[in-house]
Design a protein around this ligand. Sequence first.
Ligand code: ADP
Ligand code: MG
Length: 728
Amino acid sequence: MAQMRFSALADNLNRTVPDFKIPHNRSEHFAAQVFNDERMMKYLTKDAHKSVREAIHSGSKIDRKIADQVAESMKTWALSMGATHYTHWFQPLTGATAEKHDAFMDLLADGRAIESFGGDQLVQQEPDASSFPSGGIRNTFEARGYTAWDPTSPAFIYGNTLCIPTVFVSYTGEALDNKTPLLRALHAVDEAATAVANYFDKNVQKVHATLGWEQEYFLIDKSLAHARPDILLSGKTMIGQLAAKGQQLDDHYFGTIPIRAFSYMKDLEAECTQLGIPVKTRHNEVAPNQFELAPVFEEANLAVDHNLLLMDVMEKIADRHHLRVLFHEKPFDGINGSGKHNNWSLATDRGVNLLSPGSTPMKNLQFLTFFVNTIMAVDSYEELLRASIASASNDHRLGANEAPPAIMSIFIGSQLSKVLDELEGVSKGKLSPEEKTELKLNVVGKIPEILLDNTDRNRTSPFAFTGNKFEFRAVGSRANCAKPMTVLNTIVAKQLTDFKKEVDELIDTKKLKKDEAVFNVLREYIKASKRIRFDGDGYSEAWEKEASKRKLSNNKNTPQALDVLTSKKTLSLFEEVGVMSKIEITARQEVEYETYILQTQIEGRVLNELVFSHILPVAFRYQQTLSDGILALKQVYGKDSDNAFESQLSILDQLNSHLNGARQKTEAMVQARREANLLEDPKEKAAAYCQKVKPFFEEIRFHCDRLERLVEDKDWPLVKYRELLFFK
Ligand code: ADP
Ligand code: MG
């Protein structure tokens, strides 16, 4: 077995990196494989182009005839690019993307073959979707699911396939995917934010949410990854001793990118460029072999699609480089995990970032309005926001002293805290002219366009204001950003709608001026949402205590966190904002429980296999070697043998103790798993997996890691951390 480890390592060392032709001028190739506006203009008739543009900007329906035209042009373009197939590309609730390829080629009645693609195929498809999780929706309604074209995200060619981004809904209209609720939330936030932005600029017609994600990941050698059942099956190491050198020296962060990784990144970026994913920055992360890639931010729906596409591209390109990408939030114990910061803001169709302070008091009042409303929204729905990033794999990372805690809080920095404190002191009702001038000039007017705190960030905060956007840092590296983005935009939409109502009422009934009314409502919000603001060390125990005093939720595991999805408050929120019905949200919760159970189950099974088929047999052999040696020494030394085998005996004792520990704990874990499997209710079953099964993982790991230390290096059956984590 050790043989395998060494041959894989040798293979790794001998590997030569293929030489790819990377275009130097990336901008020339940008979006070459995308049917974007530029291409639509070239290929579509004027009417068709106008109709698609309207559908993108105002959500209007595309007429069937026009759809035929669009399909025909898309086909012409795709064939000219060498595409042979097309697919409806969608986001089932599993978290990844799905596709079913159909050839353009079709047969006519007389047997001749043609390339065909009509409006019907573009607009709607019925994938055989029975195997996608739906939380029982399709059973309940006895209906099939279908996919429908989302014109707001342009079609693109990936490999030889024309990919058409779509939503996936049941025949009765329930969302079966992650995109549909996101689109609804984005629509809601557009309406609500536009109405509020109109207080400050009458000409704003549309507000879109922007998202800039930062994708963290690990790269490891493919052969080595494949030699580990745990990485292969669960995406992480279930056991493994920390290497003598980890990340203590902090020498990896912003260090030189290892050659193999660099070659991978160059290839990856070239592909992203063609696909229109605007990747911008790349660097090493804190842990060895951990990296990050970030694009220029985009409209949120497009950004979500691009992130999902990117993850797919990353895996494919890694394969070409004999590498394996790990998206798991915690692939290695004792080393930082991976997240995916979601930078979020709101932008108007007039190019104004609503979360960016400006140069005039009026612009700053607008900024403060959106800023305070976001804080208020997060305060009201902090538990739901936590639920939006819950997953079995992210549980390993949250609250593990390297990533944000499971408690949601907002960091805004000292400058803005001061501004909010001053606004809180504003008197109620009408303001005297002096008061107004003072407020505008000395408080609102003093907010600098560039905030100092922007450079002095609090890295321990899960939700931080970073100068002109909020950064949601608790999102896991593996996650589909659609989930947190749906929740964030929904709660902000709800909050802005409430805000507008309150301001309008003050204007109507109390005869306040608009800015006075805005000040009045903001003041109340600042008071009401104070508990969510926290600028201190989010990793500290003191904060946990303080947060509990503030009655902030602290759901440390996924089953607990998911509870809130079906609370009265959540259901009425989603219903009111028009994002999800009770049926849809209940189905989603069920799928989340199931996913949690499955992932934990897989981890348990892998661990069982590792212990019984890999580790124990090797440990037994060592046990035998030691005891044979002791017996032999006894014979050689006879009566005076006391000290002759002291070392062997000591190691044998330790070996026995950890052997027994590993075996007993694994047996107990398997038993707990069997008991959990008997439970029918997904919520109870998930809780049992979390509380009764999972705690054994750490204990089993402890014994296995000790055994790794005791057993001779060449006999250890698994690739070690030091071998996995350091390549040049
Ligand atoms: P870091 O957090 O690594 O220090 P930056 O502050 O430069 O880096 O930006 C991080 C991410 O924020 C980038 O991916 C960028 O696209 C995104 N970003 C910047 N401005 C906005 C915005 N207005 N809306 C959404 N994302 C944004
Ligand atoms: Mg960041």
